[in-house]
Design a protein around this ligand. Structure first.
Ligand code: NAD
Length: 248
């Protein structure tokens, strides 16, 4: 599984709907892809994608909330791919634990912050020195339309707005080392994550979305593919909405 001359791209939450789509796009673009996920199915997912695409891909179990787990993950990645530096990090692992502020428990707040915000910090810490050494890097944080605020999502909205602050700061600190840091902010994308939203509410969203439909994970993946490419080398510290024109 040596990466050869391929650049290594790591996608956290890589077993999820958006993660898998990002993997397909980056495999097509010629990256060596690593899917990191809490779910142990991630190894099978990677094998399936390898068969489907003929690309180089590995699935690894990791808990992004646990700093030590992320240290081990990136040590494994460097060993398995025989590369010093990860070129692309997509901080995509994310969860929701929705409740209004009156009902939200400390646990719900804490879990969401740990995965969505601390997870991005933990993984970013593991790649920064290598990217500086290589004078190249792409860090992409997956924020959300909820970053502007959304009923029932104080925890999720705060975490996704937090990612924007992280992104803007990384851009300012790391730009001079050939690293770009950007965030994307998807609207309602058709994946497992929205499976808990009742059908009639989804229908109502569809009517309100200017583009008239939910987003597809492949559409999110194409934006990320562009941000990872040479063509996007002067886009740094940007937060890009991809939401069919819709806001809550
Ligand atoms: P998903 O639930 O399909 O995938 C999320 C993945 O993250 C899952 O495979 C899960 O196992 C993994 N994960 C959870 N906790 C983890 C941990 N501690 N360590 C490692 N992995 C962990 O959701 P998705 O729709 O693919 O979402 C991907 C990202 O996009 C998330 O950050 C989400 O907040 C964001 N997003 C999604 C939507 C949407 O409508 N689907 C909209 C805006 C933003």
């Amino acid at each position: 599984y040596m990466s050869g001359n391929k650049q290594v791209a790591v996608i956290t939450g890589g077993n999820g709907g958006i993660g898998k789509s990002i993997a397909r796009s980056l495999l097509r673009d010629g990256f060596f892809v690593v899917l990191a996920d809490l779910k142990d199915e991630v190894a099978d997912t990677a094998r399936d994608l390898e068969n489907e695409t003929n690309g180089n891909i590995l699935g690894m179990m990791a808990d992004v909330t646990d700093f030590t787990s992320t240290v081990e993950l990136f040590n494994n990645i460097r060993r398995e791919t025989a590369t010093e530096s990860v070129s692309v990090l997509i901080n995509n692992a994310g969860i929701t634990r929705d409740a209004t502020i009156r009902k939200m428990t400390y646990e719900q707040w804490d879990q969401v912050m740990r995965v969505n915000l601390y997870g991005a910090f933990n993984c970013t810490k593991q790649v920064v020195e290598g990217m500086i050494g290589n004078h190249f890097g792409r860090i992409i944080n997956i924020s959300s339309i909820s970053r502007y605020g959304n009923r029932g999502q104080a925890n999720y909205a705060a975490s996704k707005a937090g990612l924007v602050g992280l992104t803007l700061t990384l851009a300012r600190e790391l730009g001079k080392y050939g690293i770009t840091s950007n965030a994307i902010s998807p609207g309602i994308i058709n994946t497992e994550m929205i499976s808990t939203i009742p059908a009639e509410i989804l229908k109502d969203y569809e009517n309100k979305i200017p583009s008239g439909r939910l987003g597809k994970p492949e559409e999110v993946a194409e934006l990320i593919s562009f941000l990872c490419s040479e063509k996007a080398s002067y886009i740094n510290g940007e937060v890009i909405n991809i939401n069919g024109g819709f806001f809550f």
